[in-house]
Design a binder for this molecule. Structure first.
Ligand code: PHE
Length: 450
């Protein structure tokens, strides 16, 4: 019922919830390792380019669609274009949400485990830890349980209050670490790897990874921000909210790289380490600082909370769909969806050395992703599926709903938007879908852009 739909109590509440979804493991864990695997600075530059020219204008489209229709993505599509095949895009979003939650929960479990590892003076060997099926699955299950209980109890707003205090703390801690890491001997080579672009390193896989990472990091391409926009009141300014969220999100990712690469180069290590990267580098860094293990433990607490505000939002996607559209009882759906994501996540949990079949899964060529199952799900759903989803949703907003109607929705509550209205319409109708389309074809190897 539209009239009774809950709304965010304040603008800041909305921004924090959407930023809470955006900021997470994607910024601190995924961004540096993907940047490392894709050659460093050239990737970073492409990433920034995609955030500004594609991610942010596209995010406004998702918010507008949600606020206009007051629905989850599938319901939103249905109310604009009833009984059409466009609904499939919404379904893709729901499936993508479950798939991302499945591997994200595994990494969140590692993060949680590292709170204790740090408290006990980094006594674990990382490779042994992630190859231990029992521990990894228990931590994963625990993290999923906490997510489920929070979504089930409808107490996400409580978490938002906490994250309002804790996320700025994370920012301060990261800032301190940026300074520290860059004073280490040999760190400047890392800084140059990270900031000095070598354009010859740009290949099809670098481009698609940067584009995918831009969507992943901003939680875009699966309609999640449609759902969040549906709780937004007409008074709020979609343009400035989007800019704040984009700014925080990008800042945290960039800072994570400013710590990891200088530290890595000073300690010696492999830039294309993969998902292990931050779990290798951060503990070693903390070990060098006096009292560092306590700081390290706090760091992993904050990172776990950042992950939690993202897993909550991921679980909300299938849940709000089943509740709004299928009129199912919310509590049952919450448990059901979380359990499903847990089952899908088991092969990922077991793919880091414990079960050979999943560790050496190797279906996608290694130029695009590592052979383990987790990297496959992360690439296929975290990069490709979000990119495909954003392609279709931008066409849906730009052409089916109509860019002008969408722009009217955005300008309600945003006066400054009218100054860039024409540019935005051009971006959503032409630039975004065409650029995504070309890069997707390029990835499939249909032709060679580079
Ligand atoms: N944006 C989140 C992060 O960076 C991950 C995420 C992706 C969350 C897609 C929701 C949807 O950690």
């Amino acid at each position: 019922m539209v009239e009774n739909r809950e709304q965010w109590s304040s603008k800041i509440g909305f921004i924090f919830a959407a930023a809470g979804s955006a900021i997470g493991l994607g910024n601190i864990w995924r961004f540096p390792y993907v940047a490392g695997q894709n050659g460093g600075a050239a990737f970073v530059l492409l990433y920034l380019f995609f955030i500004i020219l594609i991610g942010l204008p596209y995010m406004m489209a998702e918010f507008a669609l949600g606020r206009k229709t007051q629905k989850n993505p599938i319901g939103a599509i249905e109310s604009i274009k009833p009984k059409s095949a466009w609904k499939a895009v919404g379904f893709l979003g729901v499936i993508t949400g479950l798939a991302i939650l499945s591997f994200y929960g595994v990494i969140a479990g590692w993060t949680f485990g590292y709170i204790f590892n740090m408290a006990f003076g980094n006594s674990m060997v990382f490779e042994e830890f992630i190859a231990n099926p029992l521990i990894v699955i228990l931590l994963f299950a625990f993290f999923m349980l906490i997510t489920t209980l929070i979504v089930h109890g409808g107490i996400s707003s409580g978490i938002e209050k906490w994250s309002k205090i804790l996320m700025p703390l994370l920012l301060v801690l990261l800032f301190g670490l940026v300074i520290y890491a860059n004073t280490l001997e040999g760190s400047s080579a890392g800084l140059s790897f990270y900031l000095n672009p070598d354009f010859s390193k740009i290949t099809a896989s670098v481009v698609i990874s940067a584009l995918g990472q831009a969507f992943f990091s901003l939680s875009l391409g699966m309609g999640l921000m449609v759902t969040y926009g549906s709780y937004l009141s007409k008074k709020e300014d979609i343009l400035t909210s989007t800019l704040y969220i984009g700014l925080f999100d990008t800042l945290i990712a960039i800072m994570s790289g400013l710590i990891i690469f200088p530290a890595l180069f000073s300690m010696g290590g492999n830039v294309s380490e993969g998902p292990e990267l931050i779990f290798m580098v951060f503990p070693k860094l903390f070990a060098q600082i006096p009292g560092g293990f306590a700081i390290g433990s706090i760091f992993f607490v904050l990172l776990s909370i950042a992950a939690l505000t993202s897993t909550i939002s991921l679980l909300e996607v299938p849940v709000s769909y089943m509740v709004d559209e299928k009129k199912k009882e919310r509590k049952k759906i919450v448990w059901g969806a979380a359990f499903l994501a847990f089952l899908i996540g088991l092969p990922s949990a077991l793919s880091q050395g414990s079960v050979n079949m999943f560790t050496e899964f190797g279906v996608v060529p290694t130029a695009f992703c590592d052979p383990d199952f987790l990297s496959h799900i992360s690439f296929l759903f975290g990069d490709i599926s979000l990119t495909v989803g954003a392609f279709f949703l931008s066409i849906f907003v730009g052409w089916v709903w109509g860019a002008n109607k969408a722009a009217d929705e955005i300008s309600e509550g945003s006066k400054i938007f009218n100054k860039i209205r024409g540019i935005w319409i051009f971006m959503i109708k032409y630039f975004i879908p065409i650029v995504i389309f070309l890069f997707l074809l390029n990835t499939l190897g249909i032709y060679d852009l580079f």
